[in-house]
Write a protein that binds this ligand. Structure first.
Ligand SMILES: [Zn+2]
Length: 61
């Protein structure tokens, strides 16, 4: 299932035009992508700290 809308990880609004800002690769499993709306996407650094907010325990394997 790949819905055309995503929640912006920065402002938490549903956007019909999501921008992929990061890919999270996990040791086991497919991982997941992080999306932002077009307005927030330019504000993301190459390695966004928001990943820690999105998945606080992803490093503790
Ligand atoms: Zn946004």
């Amino acid at each position: 299932m790949n819905p055309p809308v995503r929640m912006c990880v920065r402002c938490c609004l549903i956007t019909p035009d999501p921008v992929l800002v990061s890919e999270v690769h996990q040791g086991s499993g497919p991982g997941f992508n992080v999306y932002a709306c077009p307005e927030c996407a330019p504000h993301f650094p190459p390695v966004p700290d928001v990943l820690h907010l999105l998945a606080p325990g992803w490093r503790e394997r």
